[in-house]
Design a protein around this ligand. Structure first.
Ligand code: 5GP
Length: 211
């Protein structure tokens, strides 16, 4: 049975720890490829161009949109973020499960364009913990933290549109759970129509031979 690559979309509030989870998931198992997004945001200390993001100017980003080079994009707290098309298509064709770590507007667009994709929302154990994580990260000003928290309140409205939620308290357990959801999704009948059809055809042939 040939295994098709799936598009896995992961969202979560800023500070939910989804970045750490994705690095672990894609590092612990070899069926995953993590898509690198394009953004107009400035790199944070330690971020490398081409690894965390492709850091580009607003003009470069807009050109990419015009060229149809993004499968989705969105504006998030004063910057553009988008998913380059080429890598996603190439990896899916190779049978890899491609992980997109993107915000909710983009996630819903992906679901619309690729109904077969799996949407997972990462939640913090509590809002108090979320605020603490954002402050401790120390990479954003108080003003940006406030904007990200207010954005979280809006994003919370879309949770019900996701296929699964993951509560990020213990990283090891969460990574295993995530992998479990995705493995299970590979074995739904609608994602294996070809295989099921071939079994049915063979059964039919056999049945004919009996008569
Ligand atoms: P950050 O600035 O913290 O790296 O990312 C801000 C938000 O943008 C996060 O919610 C992140 O998941 C989201 N994001 C990152 N890349 C993309 C993308 O390609 N498309 C969309 N729609 N959102 C993205």
């Amino acid at each position: 049975m040939e295994r098709k690559g799936l598009l896995i979309v992961v969202s979560g509030f800023a500070g939910s720890g989804k970045g750490t989870l994705m690095k672990r998931l894609t590092g612990d198992y070899d069926n995953y490829s993590l898509s690198v997004s394009m953004t107009t945001r400035k790199p944070r200390p330690g971020e490398v161009d081409g690894r965390e993001y492709f850091f580009v100017t607003k003009e470069e980003f807009e050109r990419k949109i015009e060229d149809g080079g993004l499968i989705e994009y969105a504006a998030y707290v004063e910057n553009y973020y988008g998913t380059p098309r080429e890598y996603v298509e190439e990896q899916i064709a190779e049978g890899k499960d491609v992980v997109l770590e993107i915000e909710t507007q983009g996630a819903l667009k992906v679901k619309e364009r690729f109904p077969d994709s799996i949407l997972i929302f990462v939640l913090p154990p509590s809002v108090e913990e979320l605020y603490k994580r954002l402050k401790n990260r120390g990479t954003e000003t108080e003003d940006v933290i406030r904007k990200r928290m207010s954005r979280a309140a809006k994003e919370a409205d879309t949770i019900e549109k996701y296929d699964y939620i993951v509560i990020n308290d213990k990283v090891d357990e969460c990574v295993k759970k995530l992998h479990g959801f995705i493995e299970a999704a590979h074995y739904t009948p609608d994602r294996n129509e070809e295989f099921i059809r071939s079994i049915k055809d063979d059964l039919e042939q056999l049945w004919k031979g009996e008569n």
